[in-house]
Ligand binder design. Sequence first.
Ligand SMILES: Nc1ncnc2c1ncn2[C@@H]1O[C@H](COP(=O)(O)OP(=O)(O)OP(=O)(O)O)[C@@H](O)[C@H]1O
Ligand SMILES: [Mg+2]
Length: 374
Amino acid sequence: MLHSIKTANYRNLDSGILQFSERANFISGRNGQGKTNLLEAIYWLLSLRSKRGRIQDCIRKGESAFHIDANLTFGDLKHRVSLGIEGKSKKLLVDDVPPKRKRDYLENVLVVDFFPEDMLILVMEPGLRRRFIDIACVQHFLPHEDVLRRFKRILIQRNHLLKIPGGPDQGVLESYDRPFAESAAQILATRLHLLRKFGKLTDEIFRDGIGEKYEASLHYYASLDGVPEISSAEDRIEAEKFEEMFLDALTRNRGKDIESGRSSIGPHRDDWGMTLDGKPVRQFASRGEVRSAMFALHLSRFHVLAEKRGIKPVVLIDDVMSELDIKRRMRVLELLPPGQIFLTACDPPPELDKIGSGEMRHFVMEAGVARQVD
Ligand SMILES: Nc1ncnc2c1ncn2[C@@H]1O[C@H](COP(=O)(O)OP(=O)(O)OP(=O)(O)O)[C@@H](O)[C@H]1O
Ligand SMILES: [Mg+2]
């Protein structure tokens, strides 16, 4: 739970210390005033990563670093957390001491975010979907970050070999097979495991919760042959089985990979998607339905992560009400998960009093300064 925050040189933000409600915090304000920036700063604090691509874009124009100081409760105690980002260096202090490992801190904090650009996840290029599911896998099981890093390194090295003019040394190329297959299999198995959990809950929330009429299901499109459908995958999908399948595929595709100069099989080439009554969301759904579907997916992420990690994620919802009709807005507000929530919108909705059932603080953001109004 985030009690207070103070940012320095984070984009246009210029407030002093902001004190938050333990339940719901609503931030309104005209376009371009800094509502999203505040949620992004909170995302940084609770994930140690950027919601936007480039760190440079997060720092106020003309400055070289930003700082976020906050009071948080985790592990039943209040802590002072301070994050400083300068160039590529991240400095984190918890109660004035750098934690031994960043993971020691990340084990205690958890954030589920829903930003407008997340709508694009379901409809734009596969890279966005892979990033979404891989971040969720890391949130689910923090050491998974090491697997992703290892796979990325192996992939870069293997692709580099494949591009050597005149062809790579076969022995050297083959020496990459086992480590490639091992980490690729782990990534695939973890993605399937999580998407399976998300899929079941997403449909429940989408239909029973929001009242949509279509059946929502998630699908995984693997570059590797023989990968089962998410819904029919065994409860415990064996990463070892995938490892052998990857080894086979690497041997079979070696000639093709050398010819094209890239690795044709692996989690970096996979995709997943959502269908409504069997039709792909990206071709079929209206904008409101995509928003509603994405909300259901994020909410299922909240519940799955909360159960696995044993802590309630802080929820950031940026501008989700726009494009939803009144019926959907009401349903979404009723479905807001327990715990601490930050919500933004240009104008407070008529249903504002429904948020946080009496435990809500309302801030108005103007030119980077948030002022509490009630
Ligand atoms: N690096 C930066 N330094 C200073 N100001 C920046 C920087 N990057 C963006 N801004 C400013 O931040 C403002 C955008 O803030 P933000 O996206 O949080 O607005 P918002 O209140 O969410 O608006 P909307 O309702 O349109 O979503 C813009 O005015 C932009 O000029
Ligand atoms: Mg915004």
